[in-house]
Ligand binder design. Sequence first.
Ligand SMILES: [Zn+2]
Ligand SMILES: [Zn+2]
Length: 395
Amino acid sequence: MADLKERAQALNPQLVEWRRHVHHNPEIGFDTPETEAFIVERLREMGIQDIRTGVAGHGLTAIIRGDKPGKVLGMRADIDALNMKEDTGLPFASKNDYMHACGHDAHVAMMLGAVKLIMENRKDISGTIKLIFQPSEETGDGAPAMIEAGVLEDPALDGIVGLHTGNLWKGPVEGQVGYRVGAIMASADWFYVTFTGKGGHGATPHLTVDPIAMACQAVSAMQMIVSRNTSPLSSAVVTVGTINGGTAPNIIPPTCTISGTTRTLDPETRTMVLERIKQICENVAQAMGGRVEVSFKYGPPPLMNDKGMTEKLIRAAGQVLGEDNVVEVVEPTMGGEDMAFFQEKVPGTFFFHPSGLSEGKTNPHHHPKFDVNEDVLWVGSAVLANFALTWQDEE
Ligand SMILES: [Zn+2]
Ligand SMILES: [Zn+2]
């Protein structure tokens, strides 16, 4: 695979150019028509004709059929930016009020690079490769919308692969990739609670039902979900991010609301945490003579990497980078990633491409000065391409 590595390295200036174009022209949510058109043009230049545009807003899929029989692999890149203003001062900085502050611009470039490498080795393709360019990852609803639009069918996927660039994980460094079997990112759900009591004068609490007291009890009791209900060997986060009630020091208001987010690394803990929040709120309200409404907004489930697919990734990455440059990510991150919706349905692997660790580029994701190290873009392209070309090979 020395050829593939050299070709990928030689392609790096092209990857930089593509990444800068996408970076300069960011679009958010499902509203990504220019990014879609840019990707379609590049795919056409590479000789790919079987393209379906307008999949869930401005997402797209494209099919590459090999000459040899085989399975169907999905390769997914997210393409959306964030609703925030850039402050990098880079010559190719955003031309509008949005910003690629999560590296999805680099994902587009690396996927296109992988496609170019795959097309250069077309005779080695077995089966079918389905490219999935997905909008609206940052809001967590792009992947479910694409699934709804049928991307996992016709042809049905047997496996899926994707990556995230940046500095989200500890362990591997630039020039390497990180893998993990099992959970690599967390579920991310949101809860909204309204406590209702009976308002009145602050001097006569006995004539009221105080929803602020209910909310305080519930927030305290929720701290026990992680400490008393979650297995010490599992992980969970319960964060209450807002609490709102009341207008004056001497008024007991009729309602008080709280909202928050939960993060977990396995489906059982996820279900338990959400159920416990509901039980705690309902029982606190009942005990204090009030009422409560609890609702959830479900985000992505935990992102679970399939063992077999991850072993194939380790092999494919090792062939191009050397085994020493394929590093286990020991600690998953509690951030969410909507790739999890795809991997809930299809065995897949999602790997980490470090690119934001070097001097001057260490700002966190979603920061107005976030940037990636363009020198290592070829690494993502090479690993994706080699995975697509070898994943069906026997050991
Ligand atoms: Zn992000
Ligand atoms: Zn991201």
